[in-house]
Design a protein around this ligand. Sequence first.
Ligand code: RP5
Length: 181
Amino acid sequence: IVESRLKFMLTEEILDGQPAAAPRVGIIMGSDSDLPVMKEAAKILREFDIPAEVRIVSAHRTPEMMFSYALSARERGIQVIIAGAGGAAHLPGMVAALTPLPVIGVPVRASTLDGLDSLLSIVQMPRGVPVATVAINNATNAGLLAVRLLGISDIDLQARMAQYQEDRRDEVLVKDDRLEK
Ligand code: RP5
């Protein structure tokens, strides 16, 4: 019950009550404590109108759920998985071991070691099982990388990404203009 309530809350918060289309990106995380970081990925996907689902799936506390999530993701139409975790962050790597889909790992800064533990746990994958790892707590970049991956076969999406980059460039130019030189 707690989990389904949480799922409802997350969906409401992220989708503003709009009915979700079939998700193309799965955003998963080891704990609800990762949500403040991971919701930035959801915001990016929403900005690009890419349907996503958000789930709490723990490698250690719900290993069976992690298995079934990763094994069923492809047949459910998920194309990219973004997985965030902190500490002994095994979720992205284990999910990558179970699915042929691209997995983007987000190292979440947990209470100790400033996130270096999460970063190394996620980035140091053995040969053969890749996880595209973004910077500590940088779920925004995970969302953007997912958009770029989907853009490989979608020129409209790719054009929107180019526009996004132009907008970021313009922001810098405006800030530079405002500086007293
Ligand atoms: C990991 O342990 C989670 O991804 C989280 O970052 C960290 C702490 O989890 P909680 O103790 O806050 O549930 O599994």
